[in-house]
Each structure stands twice: as C-alpha cells, then as structure tokens.
Ligand binder design. Structure first.
Ligand code: DAH
Length: 349
C-alpha cells in the first residue's frame, strides 16, 4: 500500500510539472483529487486495514493529497499570472503613437459666408431677422411698392402656390415685415439672410438661391444718406470678398428704392483688367441698393416726413463664388464631396 501511495505521489508530481495549460490542470485535479481518484478510493478502504497500520496509511494518504493540492495550486497560480501578463502585453497602449485622423465634415461655403455676414453686421449694431420662405404677395411685392399688375413684377419669375401665396423671390419681403412688426416705429437696423426662389429655366441659374437683405431707417434729422450706404457696402464688400476691391454705383431701378443703384465690384478674376468673366469691363455686378422709397415707408407705417433710410440686397451664392473663386454656381448645389472637402475647418476658429 505504502509503495502504491509513493508511486502515486511521484507520478502526480511528474505529471503536474509537465502541465501546459489550464485544461490539463483541471484534468489532473479530477484525476488525483476527484471523487473517483485513487487517493479517495484508498481513504475509503482504510477500514479494511489493521488498527496499527490504519493511522499511518491514513496520514500518508492525507499528506500526499495535501502535497498534490499544493502543487496544483502553485501551477494554477503560475498559469493565471502568465495569462494576465499575456493579456497586459496584448492590450498595451502606446500613448506616444500618433492618433488616427478622424474624418469630420466641413461647413458648406454658403453657410460660412452667411455666418460671416451675420457676425459683421451684428458688430455694426444690426439685428439679424428671419422671415418665411412661403410668403404672401402682399409682403413680397405690394408693400414694397409693387402693386398687382405693376410691370416691374416681370423682373422676377415667381413660383405661385395660390393667388396670394408664393415662394419668396427676394428677401426684401423681410423689410416690409420688419417695419410692420416694429409697432413703436422706432429706428431699424437689420439684415436678413435666407433662401429665395425663382422660376429660372436656364442651366446656369438655380431655382433656389440665397440672398442677404439690409435695411436701415432712422429719424430724418439724423440724415441717413447715400454716403452712409456707400460706406456700409464698402465695409461689407471689403470684409467679405477682398480689401482691395473698388465699388461702382450705377443708377438703376428698383420699385422699393429711390434713387436706386446697381453696385459693381472690381472683377476678382482679372483685378479690373478685363477678362471673359467680366466681359472685358473689369467690373462685376454684385448688389442692388438705394434710399428707401417714401411709398414703402408710408405703406409700412413710417412717416416719410420724419424718417428716411437705405436698403440693399445681394445674392449670397455670388458672394461665395467671388470669395472662393468658384466659377460655376452649380458646384454649390451638387454636393460633390471632392468640391466640399476643399473647405476644411482650418480657417474657422
Ligand atoms: N431684391 C432685389 C433683387 O432681388 C435686390 C435689392 C435691390 C434689394 C435694391 C434691395 C434694394 O434692398 O434696395 O434683385
């Protein structure tokens, strides 16, 4: 019996020293310490031994059992440590490694310009006002000195929804809205940026585009003048497109201003020398502007004897083209990622 136990001890020690993984360890645990193991069987059979031999063999079996338990525990500890070390090694993070670039979208050039325009005019004390895109004939035309049947309505092809409602053809409608909404008829300094719509059917015009409108009204004695308009538009053009551009005021006609002007800027492409883009004139038409027509003041609750002001409007899409040197307006609306990704965020903050 003793010899058998000793053999078992040696065999177990050898096997344990050869263990390669947790599974083998579990198997040996079952084999040497489990319910069906030889040691358990021996303990059970102690009763068949004589009284003298029983305690000796019993303590030997228990010793061997403890020894095997300890060895197995040691081996288990070793494997656990090894597994942890491997895991740590595998999950090691190199905090000095360069990060992978996160791809982010960028602001559309139109939105960039809109934000810049708003910032500029807010810095000059203007309010930023919004108005509806689905507009009434009254605000889009009538209150701007364009009664039904007026020939100047032909200047803009409109999308009428009903007889009374249309998609606004110009942000000038917000001039009338602001004057009407201002119940105490106090001075106004506002701009409005937003979408406008016209029934254009040639390839170079979009049926939807963006405009900015400006309106300044103040008491007559403050004498808001053409010089103020000119200075304001100069700041606007210089900040938005280029500091070295000249402005040229050409007499023109708009129903809501008197006198009215079209404002040209030096051609951004040839710097005024003359090129195909400016049709060899050196100038590019940019804005409409003028002194608010007395009829418009009157129709919207301002007494033209007491108040005067100026107004201006322009296409934001054209501004974006000038600023970024975009030669085809359609790029702004086709959402081509190759075009849009040129406007990354670098110049934003
Ligand atoms: N609303 C005009 C247009 O869409 C532009 C314009 C001209 C606006 C003269 C004005 C202005 O405020 O005074 O063509």
């Amino acid at each position: 019996m003793k010899e058998k136990i000793e053999n078992l001890r040696n065999e177990a020690k050898e096997k344990i020293s050869e263990i390669k993984n947790m599974q083998e360890l579990q198997d040996l645990k079952v084999k040497y310490l489990g319910k069906k193991s030889e040691l358990t069987a021996m303990l059970k059979s102690l009763g068949t031994l004589g009284a003298e031999e029983r305690p000796k063999v019993g303590s030997l079996v228990n010793d061997v059992r403890r020894e095997i338990e300890n060895k197995l525990e040691e081996a288990e500890k070793h494997f656990k440590e090894q597994a942890l070390a491997q895991k740590l090694e595998k999950e090691k993070i190199d905090i000095t490694a360069p990060s992978t670039k996160i791809k982010r979208g960028s602001k559309h050039p139109i939105n960039r310009i809109i934000e810049d325009i708003q910032d500029l005019f807010v810095s000059m004390g203007y309010d930023v006002v919004a108005g509806p895109e689905l507009e009434t004939d009254e605000y889009c035309f009538e209150r701007l000195n364009l009664p039904k049947g007026h020939p100047a309505r032909d200047m803009q092809d409109s999308f009428y929804i009903t007889n009374e409602y249309l998609l606004r053809t110009q942000t000038s409608s917000v001039q009338a809205r602001t004057m009407i909404a201002n119940e105490d008829k106090s001075p106004i300094r506002m701009i409005c940026t937003g979408k406008t719509y016209r029934r254009e059917d040639d390839a170079t015009h979009s049926h939807q585009f963006n405009q900015v409108e400006g309106l300044v009204i103040d008491k007559k004695e403050l004498n808001v003048s053409l010089a103020d308009l000119k200075g304001t538009l100069e700041v606007f053009v210089h900040k938005m497109i280029g500091a070295n551009l000249d402005l040229r005021f050409r007499p023109s006609y708009f129903p809501f201003t008197e006198p009215s002007y079209e404002v040209d800027v030096t051609c951004f492409k040839c710097q005024g020398k003359g090129c195909p883009l400016c049709k060899k004139t050196g100038w590019i038409e940019l804005l409409g502007a003028g002194m608010v027509h007395p009829n418009v003041l009157k129709m919207n609750g301002y007494d033209p004897e007491k108040y005067s002001g100026f107004a201006f409007g322009t296409g934001i899409d054209r501004l974006a083209m000038f600023r970024y040197g975009i030669t085809d307006m359609r790029y702004l609306y086709t959402n081509d990622i190759r075009f849009l990704s040129q406007f990354d965020r670098k110049d934003e903050e």
